[in-house]
Design a protein. Structure first.
Length: 640
């Protein structure tokens, strides 16, 4: 028998490779030929080619994240969680021998999402949302920067805003940017639905997103914006998923994913949005506008607080548009003092979040820090949408932060008498001469942006150390021989450990006590600048999911700027310690990996992978547990 397999876990480190190793060992034992593709944190390794798939008798997917399965249509396929791949590899393979496997037709929901493992605590709603955001971000960046370029070079301030001559090339560039923005909400909704229901959810999701972004469908000048797109995406995804679960005659199976599911899902989602969701939301915005108009004569500070909050709440969405249209209407009536605070508030969310990525790097992943650079640029040109990627990923912390910052900036602008003659915002309108009291206008933006940055520092936790990864490693050799910041080449585990970092008699009786003991060994080697700070990094990693991988093994690990050189500490606790391991076993073999925060390459990830594979060998673990001295332990570790 010939099989192909894919293993993958959300973090893409240990469990991905443990499942691959155990499947390989089980196949060898059963006399089955198998090729396994791993989709880990360093990318796809040992990729399956078309000839591998064509020659295979079946496919195994042991994964806790979405895996593209279209290439396996027509093949017998088993989809399980990664923990089943680790614990029950023989049982999975025997299902093919016993003909207990379905053929994958592309529309079988029982195969579209694997069983979630017990230790996978990733929120599925968050996972689907992030899938949509990841596809949406390029459209925001492209659209925002193209419009910004057109406004800067080709824009001319006038009574009705910054205008670009229609017969100029800058008008075309602005239109291209607008087109990119037009795709933003449909793409977001479409790929949320795709994550939920696979390919059949894509069309209804995009159609629902398009309706959400166009109020004309439900008789409103205001639209539902990116929040409406999120609603449409989840609605489309779960409607499509429900239709997929309906039992139909076999003759209809081929047309279900390409005709039946997309058509009926699109119809249901479109009608719900047009007939149920759209009209009430539109009425809400009309009421908000009337309320704001009635507040002008009361408290200007209160009005500034409300406008600042509305502008930042949904970042270019419908609430933002209500406040913006209100300010624009006041310009027509000759009241420039309303658009001044609005113009300042518009720029604060993207600039503030961009500053946060520069000032507090430990709060953001590398790709988020790159987005932050574009966010500052978009904020300069008054494009609030630059903050959307951050808000969509962490709304409970980001949205309150940007609301407080925008409110602060709006109040400063209102109290300083800042006015704005054009219906636009951001520092660009100040440079173009459209703003009165321009110095305080820039002060308001600067203060508001700093408030956002420090709110993020206060509310947002540090990112997990293992997520701070380098994504451009080309192949396995690059990873194994990646140089760290001290130019050390890591080929074997013993390149980054020593006899002084090995103890065969750990004394601690709890996880934290064992960590303290092993951190003391690191500190004795002079590779830690702060024991307390490094322990906090380790505990934050444990809070995400336990590093007790089962089979009496724990691999705590941290990447921190308190570490000056990569090291591994190994300890044995014969009685075991409770590490909340995924299989409930006490941890007796403990490997602590410490890596500098700014180390080049992903050598520590490869060490983690090699450790995980080697520790799948029952005999190797038994030998480690039976060692009587540091020398014996070191000799065994030389094999890794």
């Amino acid at each position: 028998m010939k099989l192909v397999a894919i293993t993958s876990c959300p973090n893409g480190i240990a469990h991905t490779y443990m499942a691959a190793e155990n499947l390989q060992k089980a196949a060898d034992k059963l006399g089955v030929e198998i090729k396994i593709e791993t989709q880990g944190s360093v990318g796809v390794e040992n990729a399956l080619e078309q000839k591998d798939i064509e020659g295979a008798d079946g496919v195994i997917i042991a994964a806790d994240k979405t895996v593209e399965k279209e290439r396996f249509i027509g093949k017998k396929l088993v989809a399980v969680g990664v923990q089943e791949g680790i614990r029950k590899p023989e049982e999975i393979i025997k299902r093919f021998e016993n003909s207990d496997v379905k053929e994958y037709r592309g529309n079988d929901d029982s195969l579209s999402m694997p069983t979630r493992s017990a230790n996978d605590k990733q929120n599925p709603v968050y996972k689907h949302l992030m899938n949509g955001v990841s596809f949406m971000v390029p459209f925001i960046v492209v659209g925002g920067l193209l419009i910004a370029i057109a406004l800067t070079i080709g824009g001319v301030p006038g009574a009705e805003g910054i205008a670009i001559p229609e017969d100029s090339i800058w008008s075309t560039i602005e239109a291209l940017g607008g087109a990119a923005f037009g795709f933003m909400v449909p793409i977001l909704a479409g790929y949320i639905a795709y994550s939920i229901a696979d390919r059949p959810g894509l069309a209804p999701g995009m159609i629902g997103g398009f309706i959400a972004a166009n109020g004309s469908f439900y008789g409103s000048e205001a639209d539902a914006g990116f929040l409406g797109g999120i609603i449409a995406g989840f609605l489309a995804g779960y409607v499509a998923l429900a239709i997929k679960r309906i039992k139909v005659p076999k003759m209809m199976n081929p047309i279900m994913p390409i005709i039946i599911i997309p058509v009926f899902s699109s119809l249901i989602v479109g009608l719900i949005f047009v007939l149920v969701i759209g009209a009430p939301v539109a009425q809400l915005f009309v009421s908000l506008t009337s309320w704001l108009e009635g507040m002008q004569g009361t408290s200007s500070v209160l009005l500034a607080l409300i406008l600042g909050a509305m502008i930042s709440f949904d970042m270019g969405g419908p609430v933002n548009k209500v406040a913006f249209m209100f300010g624009s209407a006041m310009i027509v009536e000759g009241n420039y003092g309303i658009m001044g605070p609005i113009a300042a508030a518009i720029a604060i969310p993207p600039i503030g979040l961009g500053l946060a990525t520069l000032m507090f790097k430990n709060k953001f992943l590398p790709e988020q820090r790159e987005t932050g650079k574009a966010s500052i640029t978009m904020g300069f040109f008054g494009i609030t949408e630059g903050a959307i990627p951050f808000a969509a990923q962490d709304p409970l912390r980001v949205i309150p932060s940007i609301m407080v910052g925008s409110m602060a900036g709006a109040v400063i602008a209102m109290m300083s008498g800042v006015g704005n003659r054009v219906a636009h915002g951001g520092p660009i309108v100040g440079l173009l001469g459209a703003v009165t009291n321009v110095i305080m206008f820039f002060v308001a933006i600067a203060v508001g942006s700093l408030v956002v940055a420090f709110m993020i520092k206060l509310l947002k936790g540090d990112v997990a150390s293992h997520d701070d990864q380098v994504s451009d490693a080309k192949d396995e050799d690059d990873l194994v021989e990646a140089s760290t910041s001290n130019n050390q080449v890591i080929d074997h585990l013993t390149d980054i450990t020593s006899r002084a970092l090995i103890t065969t008699s750990l004394r601690g009786t709890s996880r934290d006590a064992v960590l303290d003991e092993m951190i003391e060994l690191l500190d004795g080697e002079g590779v830690l600048s702060s024991k307390e700070a490094f322990k906090q990094v380790l505990l934050e990693r444990e809070a995400q999911s336990t590093t007790g991988i089962g089979m009496n093994v724990a691999i705590p690990h941290g990447k921190s700027d308190t570490v000056t050189a990569p090291r591994v500490v190994f300890g044995i606790k014969q009685e075991g310690v409770n590490w909340e391991s995924v299989d409930g076993s006490l941890s007796k073999l403990i490997f602590l990996i410490a890596v500098p925060k700014e180390s080049e390459g992903d050598a520590h990830l490869k060490i983690l992978q090699m450790l995980s594979r080697k520790l799948m060998d029952d005999g190797f673990r038994e030998k480690l547990l039976s060692v009587q001295s540091t020398e014996e332990a070191y000799a065994l570790l030389e094999q890794i």
